[in-house]
Design a protein around this ligand. Structure first.
Ligand code: AKB
Length: 317
């Protein structure tokens, strides 16, 4: 029997491409996209869509029942930079949405949950290079605190109630289809847009701010692979470390210059610098590689080629 999937937060940066990929794999009608607002034309035309507020349990339940949903991907969240401006809202959205979905699984209404965590669970006291899976975690952002608390709750629901919840600590995700919203790693997307549109970019992080990153195709593959892996292979029920590459604004700018030779970058760090400074520079994701076969494919050079090629087409049309 084919499964029925609900994506909550389907119109966001990751949700958009996750929905498209899951529809390609499982068939259009088995994948229900949902959000509080409509998404891109491509997403809206690709299959069924429902308005769903991730903070409203009854609202999610009615859609789960309407489509006999088995798997939920909860992609709705407030990210690090916006979370610092609206701490109460960030906590409310990030935690309530998670409890709603975990409780649906606990009640046996759905079978499997994907919930994204983030490198934001780490903090200034965490070892910065090759950050291990298990280490000191003292996050200093509301987003990071909510993700860390969420990880503990996921493990708790698995241990106490047998909820099959699976999670990845996403690094910064780079993509060109849907815009990101309110993250600290967003500079690494804006820079490609501005390189093509203006030939210059003012970075809100300084030139040596090295952060873990990943191209969207790798992130989608990891997300689907962890959900498809046999249950026994998922040995960590809080969240898995995951990475593709690490780079600084200066390094990505050097990569862009290979295609846009006149591109210039300047630096004007703002409040997001402090957030970036509190996060790891590189991640040890060997447990994800060992447990369920994670393997990234795209490095900085390849990613830059893909970004510039696709964005040039977007801006020419
Ligand atoms: C952010 O910058 O807030 C996110 C993240 C690393 O989780 N992209």
């Amino acid at each position: 029997m084919s499964k029925s999937i609900l994506i909550i937060g389907a119109c966001g940066q990751i949700g958009t491409e996750l929905t498209l990929k899951l529809r390609e794999i499982n068939g259009t009608d088995s994948v229900i996209a949902s959000d509080i607002h409509e998404g891109s034309d491509e997403l809206m035309k690709s299959g069924p869509f429902e308005f769903v507020n991730a903070m409203n349990f009854e609202n999610i339940l009615s859609i789960v029942q309407k489509y006999s949903i088995s798997d939920v991907y909860l992609m709705a969240a407030m990210l690090s930079a916006t979370g610092e401006k609206f701490p109460d809202k960030a906590w409310e959205l990030n935690m309530n949405s998670l409890f709603n979905v975990l409780n649906l699984a606990k009640a046996g209404k759905i079978k499997k949950v994907f919930w994204p965590s983030s490198i934001a669970v780490f903090g200034p006291t965490t070892p910065k290079e090759n950050t291990p899976q298990k280490t000191v975690m003292e996050p200093t952002t509301v987003y990071g605190i909510s993700k860390q608390a969420g990880e503990r709750w996921c493990e708790y629901y698995f241990d106490k109630y047998g909820v099959d919840v699976r999670s990845i600590r996403y690094p910064g995700i780079i993509s060109w289809k849907a815009n990101p919203g309110g993250g600290t790693t967003d500079y690494a997307i804006e820079i490609y847009h501005k390189a093509l549109l203006n030939g210059n970019y003012t970075s809100f992080l300084n030139k040596n701010s090295k952060l873990p990153m990943m191209y969207i195709d790798d992130a989608i593959e990891a997300t689907i692979n962890i959900m498809e892996a046999e249950k026994e292979k998922i040995k960590i029920r809080s969240s898995y470390n995951l990475t593709g590459m690490s780079f600084t604004p200066e390094e990505v700018s050097a990569e862009i210059k290979k295609t846009v030779p006149n591109f210039t970058i300047s630096y004007n760090p703002d409040f997001r610098q402090q957030i970036a400074d509190s996060w790891p520079k590189s991640i040890d994701d060997s447990e994800a590689r060992e447990d369920w076969g994670w393997n990234h494919k795209i490095d900085l050079e390849k990613m830059s080629e893909i970004m510039l090629e696709n964005l040039s087409l977007k801006y020419i049309v």
